[in-house]
Design a protein around this ligand. Structure first.
Ligand code: NAD
Ligand code: TYD
Length: 369
């Protein structure tokens, strides 16, 4: 076991991979809004169906070319990664880029292995080469890997995932994330690359791609469409407002111990069906629609194969060591999220056009129409 190095890290040039996706966009907004950071953010993103640079158009206007740079590139492309690390003198990597949707991983797992496993490996190798100095690494460099609680598998009615829970992934998505986590930790143990890792529960909030439960339900409610609940609707997820996740990542990057992993969660467990019913009430309050009419659209559909029953996170370590805790209540977060979707019709129309719609049609027929 390696000795942990210094916990304090003061990033100057931060490479955010996947910064055009849901959490990456929120993280970049959070970071450039902070007054304890005056460095530069380089957003490195391949712009798959899930990436939308328009989500950062205002950031580009305000900071483009001074503190914010967008580079289109693939994390699995070693030459392009080497180039961006060198040209922007990157000292910190915050690695969000991934294929992230469980249902897609069931239909087409290959992209998940390529981006999540090979892509993470490629970034680790590039960082190892770029940051080496003497027999070790330059001072002040850091590689933070963003992962999920889904690597731990599925819980029954009781219990929580801790940082010591053995990995037991069940979907191609969670298996690919588990593989990437193991590689990240191996680079610490084997080479001493200063890495940190976080395993977070389900996020929700603005800019969330509408293939995931909460934005999909909000938009279907607004459009009077069916609300497809998988199985019996009793699966449980632990929901965290995305800005709270951004804050946790920043706390770990700056103060987390190299070689350590941290669980991040909302302490906020909801059964899917109850969540959809609560969302119906919030959408009704904010639009004048009838909650009863919205709820009548709930349709139980075929369950997801290998559907994990319950996720729940014990995040006492990050609270104890770094003082982080969630700050946005679920009521407040859901209301903000519904308002955001109500106010951002252009964004919604854009991300639901093109490749996204074709994929939905290929794999789910006309369910969404
Ligand atoms: P997302 O699907 O919304 O965004 C992923 C981003 O990565 C997109 O901008 C996409 O263009 C980019 N990308 C995909 N493949 C790439 C490649 N090969 N090279 C470069 N860029 C590529 O995902 P998200 O929900 O923002 O999740 C971000 C990270 O957080 C992922 O690593 C995910 O596993 C993790 N995570 C997500 C959640 C959640 O609830 N969404 C919870 C815990 C952990
Ligand atoms: P999702 O947002 O895909 O996140 P994850 O699978 O990573 O937890 O799904 C959250 C929960 O909602 C999960 O239990 C599956 C369920 N779900 C539905 O019931 N209907 C849907 O249309 C979707 C997308 C998800």
């Amino acid at each position: 076991m390696r000795e942990a190095g210094s916990a304090r890290c003061e990033p100057a040039n931060v490479l955010v991979t996947g910064g055009a996706g849901f959490i990456g966009v929120n993280f970049i907004r959070y970071l450039l809004g902070r007054n304890d950071f005056d460095g530069r953010v380089i957003n490195y993103d391949a712009l798959t169906y899930a990436g939308n640079p328009a989500s950062l158009a205002d950031i580009e206007r305000e900071w483009g070319g001074t503190r914010y740079f967008f580079v289109r590139g693939d994390v699995a492309d070693r030459e392009a990664v080497d180039r961006v690390l060198g040209e922007h003198a990157i000292d910190t990597i915050v690695h969000f880029a991934a294929e992230s949707h469980v249902d897609r991983s069931i239909v087409g797992p290959e992209a998940f292995v390529r981006t999540n496993v090979t892509g993470t490996f490629t970034l680790l190798e590039a960082a190892r080469a770029a940051w080496q100095a003497g027999g070790g690494f330059r001072e002040g460099v850091r590689f933070h890997h963003i992962s999920t609680d889904e690597v731990y598998g599925s819980l029954g009615e009781t219990g929580y995932f801790t940082e010591e829970t053995p990995y037991d992934p069940r979907s191609p998505y969670s298996a690919s994330k588990a593989a990437s986590d193991h590689l990240v930790m191996a680079y610490w143990h084997t080479y001493g690359l200063p890495v940190t890792l976080s395993n977070c529960s389900n996020n929700y909030g603005p800019y969330h791609f509408p293939e995931k439960l909460i934005p999909l339900m909000i938009l279907n409610m607004l459009e009077g469409l069916e609300l497809p609940v998988y199985g019996d609707g009793r699966n449980v997820r632990d929901w965290l407002y995305v800005e709270d996740h951004a804050a946790a990542v920043w706390d770990i990057v700056r103060g987390g111990w190299p070689g350590q992993k941290y669980n991040v969660g909302g302490g906020n467990e909801w059964e899917n069906l109850r969540l959809v019913e609560r969302l119906a009430e919030i959408v009704a309050e904010r639009t004048g629609m009838s909650a009863e009419a919205i709820r009548a659209k709930i349709t139980f559909v075929r369950d997801r194969p290998g559907h994990d029953r319950r996720y729940a996170i014990d995040c006492s370590k990050i609270g104890r060591e770094l003082g982080w805790r969630p700050s946005v209540t679920f009521e407040e977060g859901l209301a903000r999220t519904v308002d955001w979707y109500l106010g951002n019709g252009d964004w919604v129309r854009e991300v639901r056009s093109g490749e996204y719609r074709r994929w939905i049609e290929r794999n789910y027929g006309t369910r969404e129409q």
